[in-house]
Design a binder for this molecule. Sequence first.
Ligand SMILES: [Zn+2]
Length: 319
Amino acid sequence: MALPLVWLADVLRGAGLHVVETPGWRERTSPYAGALPWEPVGVLEHHTATTASYERPAPTVDLCVRGRPDLAGPLCHGVIGYDGVVHLISAGRANHAGQAKASGPCPAGDGNTLYVGFEWDYQGVNQGPSPEQYAAAVRATRAVLDHLGLSAEHARGHKETSVTGKIDPGRVDMTLFRAAVASGEQELDMATTNELFDLVRRYSGGDSAFGYTIPRSPDRVRTFAAAIPPKFGRVTGTDGELFVSLVAGENVEVREVYACEDWQADGKPGRKYGLQGPYTLVANDRQSWPIPAAATQVCVVYRSDCDLSLSVEIDAKWK
Ligand SMILES: [Zn+2]
């Protein structure tokens, strides 16, 4: 009998992805006993922890086929390369998830039975995913969930289901990722400013802003990084359409506020954009800065006896 996920190739190609079928993927399944993923409840996203580049975009394909000394292959269903190409590894059971706790609408259980698993080939701590890779992951996840009749909420990160403290996919905000899956990356590629703001509104639950709580850090200087909507700069190319604001209930010593990007279009490390040097945030006084178009994160370096609030909001002139 055919393995349960043999439809992956057609479904992913149908979504416009570049798909490479590794030899034997349709018959490849874990030798461990246990049910196959006959009725997956979602898609689980991972990073491989291996540094990739446009020159070497999918270095772990062989490892994901063969496995490691401590864990038999296959290790996922598909590897998504740094260049956005999807390499199919297995149509059966893959050892990618381990035991899973409940996450969003998805139940707890044997993650290898519950989820279709994509490994994004990038390092995850010092390296974020490339724009092509992120876009391919959005598109692939959307295509699989559509095929299964599941909503974008069924896209989960290993860091959300792991019972052993996994951090993957690193440098990816899963809430923003699900918003991109829900809205459709193809539209985002050619989004207008209004469409981008729709994304912000959806992410915030209807408002034109969404917020982060920055935890107090009375004893040492900390850096807090907040994600902003994916591919913002690539979508609109204009500074100042989104603002970040900082407010706190007490005076706070802010050392620096800056924006940065995870990557540049040519794969070089992301640049840093200074927004604010050292200053005292006076209690209840709101301080705002426009976000550079290319930025994917905003970072606040601070020491504070109280929590701070950071909000990302639409430029007033667009509301
Ligand atoms: Zn993982």
